[in-house]
Write a protein that binds this ligand. Structure first.
Ligand SMILES: Cc1cc2nc3c(=O)[nH]c(=O)nc-3n(C[C@H](O)[C@H](O)[C@H](O)COP(=O)(O)OP(=O)(O)OC[C@H]3O[C@@H](n4cnc5c(N)ncnc54)[C@H](O)[C@@H]3O)c2cc1C
Length: 337
């Protein structure tokens, strides 16, 4: 059966490069052995195109210009629509970045097609594309086919190895797109990089639980020391910071908590489901509503004083029955040397 061609739709980041998630989608597309077009959006996209020049794509299409540097519905939708029409591929793969998640379902509608978000795998059965995605807070996985085309598929990050071939020189086909945005971006206010603790591309997820704020062996809490230990570890390893619900909820109850945590850090049934390859839980009991958020974390370790904690009941690969304050102090000491 003839394989349906694929358009891989990518946008550049603020520095002009492609994010890891973009390279993951490209890898997933070229692995399918169907003809692939690459469509790029950004201020200047030649360096990004050169980075993936060796991927075997038959065309490199581009919409570039200052007005396409910033994420904005009107300009991004116009660019994506033009790229989709120029390629004509019935399948459109894109990373599930916040920028594309906001725009591509609308673009699919403009093209008379359909879109699926939060997709975790792409495969072919008898030549027909099949996607998988999770439902009911990652408890059920469904495999889906669709007859509608174009089919826009937004792939979650962390599901494929990033494409890593040799760079080259890509021959760009630039499409003229005039978009008349009603909004102008005057600047960006974002946390300083040191304050940004959620790092989806990090190799390690470090989870802090409520135990960090509980009374310790001397009968007193040591929240300031906990903050210091965790922040130093984050700074030295550049890992991503997750939390249990109990810890992030404590601030709402007026208790002393770790000031750098918010509900965005919460991992679990009513929080996030991150995809870091490794996870280390500290002072966290490992209850099911929390651990369900670890579904995609493959190598799991936990530090807990309680040898009977949830992690020890088949939820972690390794449990260190130890005082997390002592363990983290030692780890930081080793990282310093
Ligand atoms: C509908 C529903 C949805 C929920 N959704 C979520 C969710 O999305 N995410 C989530 O996290 N929870 C969720 N929960 C709550 C969940 O059930 C647990 O209550 C929560 O995860 C417990 O958090 P914790 O393990 O940090 O705290 P605790 O249960 O208080 O555990 C603290 C742990 O720290 C250990 N400890 C203390 N001091 C030290 C030390 N010095 N060294 C090492 N270990 C130490 C203790 O032994 C203990 O095991 C949900 C609950 C419900 C009912």
């Amino acid at each position: 059966m003839k394989m349906e061609p694929v358009l891989v739709l990518l946008h550049t980041e603020a520095d002009g490069a492609l994010a890891k998630a973009a390279l993951e989608v490209l890898a997933a597309a070229v692995a399918g052995r169907a003809p692939v077009d690459v469509g790029l959006v950004g201020s200047v996209v030649q360096p990004a195109a050169d980075r993936v020049a060796g991927c075997g794509a038959r065309r490199f299409l581009a919409v570039e210009g200052e007005e396409f540097a910033q994420p904005r519905y009107a300009t991004d939708a116009a660019a994506a629509e033009a790229l989709a029409r120029a390629s004509g591929a019935p399948l459109i793969f894109a990373p599930a970045s916040s920028r594309w998640m906001r725009v591509l379902p609308g673009v699919a509608h403009r093209l008379g097609g359909c879109a699926d978000t939060h997709v975790t795998s792409l495969s072919r059965q008898d030549g027909k594309p099949v996607i998988t995605r999770w439902y009911y807070r990652q408890r059920m996985e469904a495999a889906l086919e669709r007859a509608a085309r174009p089919w826009v598929i937004l792939l979650e990050s962390g599901c494929y190895e990033a494409w890593s071939g040799a760079p080259g020189t890509a021959r760009l086909e630039r499409l003229p797109v005039t978009a008349a945005p009603r909004t102008r971006v005057e600047g960006v206010q974002a946390p300083q990089s040191g304050q940004q603790t959620i790092r989806p591309d990090a190799a390690l997820l470090f989870v802090a639980g409520a135990g960090w704020t509980k009374n310790q062996a001397d009968g007193k809490p040591h929240v300031a020391e906990a903050e210091k230990l965790i922040l130093e570890f984050l700074d030295r390893t550049q890992c991503s910071l997750g939390s249990s619900k109990s810890l992030v909820d404590l601030s709402g109850e007026g208790q002393a908590v770790l000031g750098f945590l918010s509900h965005l850090n919460q991992v679990g049934q009513t929080g996030s489901t991150p995809r870091h390859p490794k996870g280390l839980a500290t002072c966290c009991h490992g209850e099911e509503p929390h651990v369900v958020g670890w579904r995609f974390v493959t190598e799991r370790r936990a530090v807990n004083l309680d040898a009977n904690c949830g992690w020890a009941r088949g939820k972690a690969d390794v449990v260190y029955v130890a005082d997390a304050f002592a363990v983290m102090a030692k780890l930081n000491e080793l990282l310093r040397s």
